[in-house]
Design a protein around this ligand. Sequence first.
Ligand SMILES: O=C(CO)[C@@H](O)[C@H](O)[C@H](O)[C@H](O)COP(=O)(O)O
Ligand SMILES: [Zn+2]
Length: 208
Amino acid sequence: MPISTQEQAERYARDLFQRSLALKARMLEGAYMAQLASMGQVIANALAAGNKLLLCGNGGSAADAQHLAAELLVRLRSHINRPGLPAMSLAMDASAMTACGNDYSYAAYYGRMVQALGVAGDVLLGITTSGRSPNVLHALEQGRKQGLITMGLLGGDGGPALALCDHALVVPDKETGRVQEMHITAGHVLMELTEEFLLTQGYIEAEG
Ligand SMILES: O=C(CO)[C@@H](O)[C@H](O)[C@H](O)[C@H](O)COP(=O)(O)O
Ligand SMILES: [Zn+2]
């Protein structure tokens, strides 16, 4: 849709907000909240057992992976200080990523990171709006092979990623941006649930 006036731009912006809101409202129905609750408990249990959370994705989802890892590593809610929790985005090492892209393939990178860094009982969270990004699929496959708990924040019909996930939230929309907007909300919910479970169950203590 061409935009040549302030009014048209405002309508465009309003329409995007409305679509985002409608999708969020839709996700309050059905099993979505139950899925998030279970996923939060699974991550908390893994961390309580001494395991870690690995996250990966492409583009905006790579940024989400880093963002969510930082929530656990550092601080999520400004009034709750507690020890850092082990979470790691696999999307952050330019040297390893370019070496793998150059020597093997870009698609192989996350799988290789999981092979090198993942241990049984860790949780691997793959974030992909299409459920079809080959590097995330390889990571989930490798995670399965090594006994990691595989999780997905997906979109559309879940794509081939869905069958590789022990737990998944599939946002019922195909538009990448809208799905990402649900993913980051869901990601915040997951990190906050994880923190709450760990505090409530006494695995970590809030510091003064
Ligand atoms: O942020 C955006 C679009 O909003 C893009 O960077 C987007 O993340 C990229 O096109 C990704 O490669 C899409 O991958 P995926 O979600 O299908 O796995
Ligand atoms: Zn984006």
